[in-house]
Design a protein around this ligand. Structure first.
Ligand SMILES: Nc1nc2c(c(=O)[nH]1)N[C@H]1C(S)=C(S)[C@@H](COP(=O)(O)OP(=O)(O)OC[C@H]3O[C@@H](n4cnc5c(=O)[nH]c(N)nc54)[C@H](O)[C@@H]3O)O[C@H]1N2
Ligand SMILES: Nc1nc2c(c(=O)[nH]1)N[C@H]1C(S)=C(S)[C@@H](COP(=O)(O)OP(=O)(O)OC[C@H]3O[C@@H](n4cnc5c(=O)[nH]c(N)nc54)[C@H](O)[C@@H]3O)O[C@H]1N2
Ligand SMILES: [Mo]
Length: 713
């Protein structure tokens, strides 16, 4: 499918008709354009970050396919970090060292928690709906079993979240309905109680950390600290809306029991999102449970974490080095397209935006995942060409110039293995793809032949050969480690194979050694210890990310001046009925819609004050945009907060009103700070009102107009 206006040099991405052309014609056009851009503008003018989840299989993993192709074509502008965890990924290596996500392996596992812990305090909850979304596809859904086992063993749970259902009801969790975006203040308040009541583990804070005195002075509000204000329970209560007595009681509870401090990723998808992670580490250090079995800090305990970790992964499609070395913070895509040549700060470096002429996306939906979609809509008009591989006419495909229709995971053969899994699954094709559909690999093979490296791209293998090859390489690895996997044919016939049993990890180990003897077991930070104060980060001199955990008031939160006009905080969390925007047109997702729109949850008081009844179509708006949604009234959401999950297919009317309920028409497109430049979708205020008149039905699932013949050019 080729956008008619692209062929004639007119029109607009998003509203134009498409022309159905032959595969030969489409591949010729795309290959010629890739060649033109790299020759005329250099490979850095090709944006190939192509962020997104794609789907489960490992060989057909769309990002692996596109990156291999573009690297062989001479390179592409890549991206770093994720929409999921950017602030965490960048700040934690400064604080605890290790890889960006090392906290997930260094925190306590479920078996350890069940055995040793008394209390799990979870900032951002641990919703079962979010559990075990692992790229690769988990073979067994065991998260809720682990959670229940811990509860049955006597572990108590505290759900710090604006939403009660962020902890499963059978955990009987204590709900602290915090104001969104104020977790740092609550953590500092808890630290204050621990310090002022003599409950803090000062021994560990001194021996295993650097910067304790400075941090303590800031928390206690010592006269020479930066603001001289005590971060006591009353201070924290005024910001968080968690009563001061509850804060004191929770701090005492934390000190009295082996405690897990779990940090959900949502609390860092916010302006200054680095801070709650830093403050969370500090709280865990002072709690007394740091480096002890079944206690201490962990991230994403309720999300990807199984508690048992396989040490296997499927051999990946080989990736040649990318000759273009620029890597842009992933959530800055609209800025990049709007402001070529601009330079920004990122984690102590300066990054200059290239002049992007060609965008190629496979396996992601930026018109779902990016913030402030009206702004992205403008930025998206700037490149010469946009190419998209998709299975669906979603918002991104409709905004492309060339769309290659690709097979879904049900229409091709592959291997699946989740990142913390021990069963490898044969993904056998369920149905043949429709006639005019190819795989991503087939598309890139066709392009590689035309750009001149077809043989290098395929290495002479068919898709089936590749699947067998990746399995055989995995099998050889397992054999090297003394394990055994069946032959490929046996595996394929049976449909699955178990990898050698992974050990129950005793992961508190990482910090246990530090706790025992920091000189003998340093961690890989500049000081070898946990950096409560980081000279490195302080040295960057970023006002929006100082050198220690600090409460910085966000631009948008319920305590901001803007709340006078937009008095509701928008939580745009992960949807219960789909993976982001995938299969939004499918029955499970559609059955959950309200009046044909994405449901928005409101507290009964907020609904009554606005005359909104359950099932009403409402208009959600702020200065950035507006969408329609279907009201659901529930006391599971605290007052002042509305919840509109991500992923409803973006469907703007000619005035920009999204008729369907995509929260990213409302969210802000600003980095977490100069440190991580991560997304800040969680920092959003809105107002909600009943939609007047007869709101138009959504057209999100209607394909664009398609014509059969190319225009005369
Ligand atoms: N407001 C707000 N926005 C958010 C978030 C939030 O919390 N709030 N969360 C953010 C987070 S954490 C994430 S990870 C992102 C997710 O953002 P994305 O990963 O972009 O979202 P998906 O809907 O999973 O998009 C995957 C796309 O790939 C396509 N696809 C699937 N399989 C294949 C394949 O084999 N080949 C090809 N070519 N395409 C395929 C699907 O049809 C779908 O369109 O969203 C972010 N956006
Ligand atoms: N069903 C389903 N599961 C998924 C996904 C999906 O699309 N669908 N996506 C997966 C992906 S890619 C990711 S990255 C993870 C994301 O995992 P998370 O980031 O943990 O998931 P969210 O649902 O965005 O947020 C969890 C909860 O945090 C609460 N919350 C929001 N803001 C705040 C705050 O300021 N403070 C506190 N204390 N709580 C707050 C919200 O009530 C929300 O329900 O989920 C994964 N799991
Ligand atoms: Mo994510």
């Amino acid at each position: 499918m080729v956008r008619e206006g692209w062929l004639t040099g007119t029109g607009t991405r998003g509203t134009d008709r498409f022309v159905a052309v032959s595969w030969e014609r489409a591949l010729d056009l795309a290959a010629a354009e890739i060649d033109r851009v790299r020759t005329r503008h250099g490979n850095a003018a090709i944006y190939g970050g192509s962020y997104g989840w794609g789907s489960a299989g490992r060989f057909h993993h769309a990002q692996s396919q596109i990156h291999r192709f573009l690297a062989m074509a001479g390179g592409y502008t890549a991206t770093v970090n994720t929409y999921s965890q950017a602030a965490m990924e960048v700040v934690l290596p400064h604080i605890i060292g290790g890889s960006p996500r090392s906290i997930e392996q260094r925190g306590p596992s479920w078996p350890e928690i069940t055995e040793h812990a008394g209390l799990v305090v979870s900032f951002g909850g641990l919703a079962a709906k979010n559990a075990q979304m692992v790229p690769g596809g988990p073979s067994r859904h065991t998260q809720t079993t682990w959670q229940r086992a811990a509860a049955e063993a006597g572990v108590r749970f505290v759900n710090v979240s604006p939403v009660r259902t962020d902890a499963a009801s059978d955990l009987d969790a204590r709900w602290l309905p915090i104001r969104p975006a104020t977790d740092t203040a609550l953590m500092l308040g808890l630290c204050h109680v621990l310090l002022s009541e003599g409950l803090a583990d000062v021994d560990v804070a001194r021996r295993c950390c650097v910067g304790f005195d400075e941090f303590r002075d800031y928390v206690l509000g010592a006269s020479d600290s930066s603001d001289g204000r005590a971060k006591d329970a009353e201070w924290a209560a005024a910001i968080t809306d968690v009563p001061a007595d509850d804060i004191r009681a929770l701090a005492r509870d934390i000190a009295a029991h082996r405690t897990v401090i779990n940090l959900a990723w949502s609390i860092q998808r916010q302006e200054h999102g680095e801070q709650p992670y830093w403050a969370g580490i500090a709280l865990a250090v002072l709690s007394g449970s740091f480096g002890r079995p079944g206690g201490g800090p962990v991230a994403g305990l309720g999300i990807a974490e199984l508690g048992v970790r396989g040490h296997w992964s499927i051999a990946a499609l080989p990736q040649p080095a990318n000759p273009v070395t620029t890597a842009l913070p992933v959530a800055r895509i609209a800025d990049v397209l709007l402001s070529p040549g601009e330079t920004i700060d990122y984690n102590g470096t300066r990054v200059t935006y290239p002049d992007i002429r060609l965008v190629y996306w496979a396996g992601g939906n930026p018109f779902h995942h990016h913030q402030d979609l009206a702004r992205l809509e403008k930025a998206w008009q700037r490149p010469d060409t946009v190419i998209v591989n998709e299975s669906w006419w979603n918002a991104t495909a409709r905004r492309a110039d060339i769309v290659f229709p690709v097979a879904t995971p049900l229409e091709r053969e592959d291997l699946a293995l989740g990142s913390s899994d021990t069963t490898i699954t044969a993904m056998q094709r369920a149905v043949a793809p429709p006639a005019e559909v190819r795989t991503d690999h087939g598309v890139f093979t066709g392009l590689a032949e035309r750009v001149g490296f077809g043989g290098r791209f395929t290495e002479g293998r068919s898709e089936q050969d590749w699947v067998r090859e990746l399995y055989d390489r995995t099998r050889a690895r397992v054999a090297d480690a003394g394990g055994r996997l069946p032959t490929f044919d046996e595996f394929w016939e049976r449909g699955w194979a178990d990898l050698p049993a992974a050990e129950m990890s005793q992961r508190g180990g990482a910090f246990a050694a530090l706790r025992e003897d920091p000189a003998a077991h340093p961690i890989d930070t500049p000081s070898g210890r946990v950096e409560l104060v980081s000279d490195t980060v302080a040295g960057f001199g970023y006002p929006d990310c100082p050198g220690m955990p600090t409460w910085l008031e966000p631009t948008e939160w319920l305590g901001a001046p803007l709340a006078a006009r937009y008095p509701l905080h928008l939580v745009s969390n992960q949807p219960r009925t789909r993976l982001h925007s995938q299969y939004d047109g499918g029955r499970v997702s559609r059955d959950a819609k309200v009046a044909g729109r994405e449901p928005i949850d409101l507290n009964p008081g907020d609904a009554a004050a606005r005359g909104i009844a359950d099932g009403d179509v409402v208009r959600v708006h702020n200065d950035r945009g507006a969408c329609l949604a279907g009201a659901r009234i529930t006391d599971a959401v605290r007052p002042g907060v509305v919840v509109l999950a991500t992923g409803a297919w973006y469907d703007p009317d000619p005035d920009g009103l999204d008729r369907h309920g995509n929260p990213n028409v409302l969210t802000r497109d600003t980095g977490t700070s100069r440190l991580a430049q991560g997304p800040t979708s969680g920092t959003t205020l809105v107002e909600v009102e009943r939609a007047g008149g007869q709101p138009e039905p959504t057209r999100a699932f209607h394909p664009p107009e398609i014509v059969e013949s190319e225009p005369d050019t």
